[in-house]
Design a protein around this ligand. Structure first.
Ligand SMILES: [Mg+2]
Length: 402
């Protein structure tokens, strides 16, 4: 008889607390109040950064990243516009922010409070079953919790702190690894879907010359903080760099020595380098040249998502991981193979919506990885309307007692 290992029984214990609550979609609580990386709201009643950068008091229509102050200015502006479109006379006075990273979500929250002067609370969650249950409260009312189920305690505490949680409350929810694919519980499936998108793109561009093992090796090496000057921690840049290395028009060793000697300063310099290599390599494929030209054009326009082709494939592979498992699947099977909705986030968002709060999904995810493309994926629905299983713990008894 096999002896059960300690880690296996821990694994069982961890998963046994989660349940499958059936199928749903993010739009149940956020409707079309969704804003992705391009800062163009899906609900067209509100203009995006391209047309409203002046009203947002930004210097230009260049898209800021989530941790930048200009991003917070845009987010506060969207919040007030949503309140106007909702026909709410009560001005927004409270902000609740749910996310999974202190660096991005925590900073966006802190900057929004700074810009607006609102009262606020932020929850940064992750599932860390190997740790004792704990929360830490950081400056600015940021709660860092190691169980998503602690959202229940958090909202009880907010009530005690005098939060109204009503029509004057804006609730901002991050999507990746927060509302979908909970960090520490289900987030690996999101990463796997992205990688599948990368590999499909590489197959299409490089054909039978694509060497996946070498690609993975380069990707794991260059995905480290040591190379952030080159990659800017941008997944599009990284995928493009690894694709170029895969064609062997330059080697990893060559690139690393350029970075180490500080002669390769940033990604723009890398694409200029590729440009000169392509000129002396007439054998490089047309598909590669096409991708290269498209990436150059996007980078010059200040677009933070220049590798569109990869992101459109990422969208398709992400959608293939939404609601793909049968209803009879176990919770373990769901969490391993499907991008699920975080049940605690879902229950809390529905409860807050019921109380009249405005709910906005605000995500740094590229639009191209979140919405169908007219030619590439015309039959798919947008991500926030994709139906998938809800998995987690039940916090409704606590909510009902408030
Ligand atoms: Mg996230």
């Amino acid at each position: 008889m096999p002896v059960p290992s300690i880690s296996a029984s821990l694994e069982d214990e961890k998963l046994s607390t989660f349940e499958n609550y059936g199928r749903a979609c993010l739009a149940d609580f956020c409707e079309d109040w969704v804003v992705y990386r391009n800062l163009e709201p899906l609900d067209r009643r509100i203009p995006g950064i391209k047309n409203a950068f002046y009203a947002m008091e930004l210097r230009s229509e260049l898209i800021p990243r989530k941790q930048e102050r200009d991003y917070a200015k845009a987010a506060v502006w969207f919040t007030n516009e949503i309140q106007r479109v909702r026909g709410q006379r009560v001005p927004v006075g409270e902000l609740l922010f749910l996310g999974d990273t202190l660096f991005n979500d925590g900073q966006a929250y802190a900057n929004m409070l700074d810009v607006s002067g609102w009262k606020g609370a932020c929850f940064i969650g992750a599932e860390r079953p190997e740790q004792e249950t704990s929360t830490r409260i950081e400056e600015g009312n940021v709660t860092i919790a190691n169980r998503w189920g602690m959202l229940a305690d958090w909202i009880v505490a907010l009530k005690e702190q005098g939060f109204k949680l009503d029509a004057g409350t804006m609730v901002i929810i991050d999507i990746d690894k927060t509302a979908l694919g909970a960090k520490g519980r289900n987030d690996k499936v999101i990463d796997r879907a992205r990688l599948a998108g990368i590999y499909r793109t590489m197959d299409a561009v490089l054909g039978s010359d694509f060497d996946q093992a070498v690609f993975e090796e380069h990707y794991n090496e260059l995905n480290r903080a040591r190379y952030h000057q080159l990659t800017a921690d941008n997944q599009d840049y990284l995928a493009y760099i690894c694709m170029v290395l895969n064609t062997r028009i330059m080697s990893l060793e060559e690139l690393v020595s350029e970075v180490d000697s500080a002669s390769m300063e940033d990604f723009e310099q890398f694409i200029r380098w590729v440009d000169s290599r392509l000129m002396i390599n007439p054998s490089a494929s047309i598909a590669l040249r096409e991708v290269h030209e498209a990436v150059i054009a996007s980078v010059r326009n200040g677009d933070p998502t220049p590798f569109k082709r990869f992101r459109r494939q990422e969208f398709i592979s992400t959608m293939e991981h939404m609601g793909n498992m049968p209803d009879s699947a176990t919770v373990t099977e769901l969490l391993e193979n499907e991008i699920t909705i975080t049940e605690e986030v879902y229950q809390l968002a529905m409860w807050l919506k019921e109380r009249g709060c405005a709910i906005l999904c605000l995500s740094d995810k590229p639009d191209e990885a979140s919405r169908p493309h007219a030619r590439v994926s015309p039959d798919l629905v947008p991500l926030h309307r994709a139906v998938t299983h809800r998995v987690g713990t039940d916090i409704r008894p606590v909510l009902a007692s408030i």
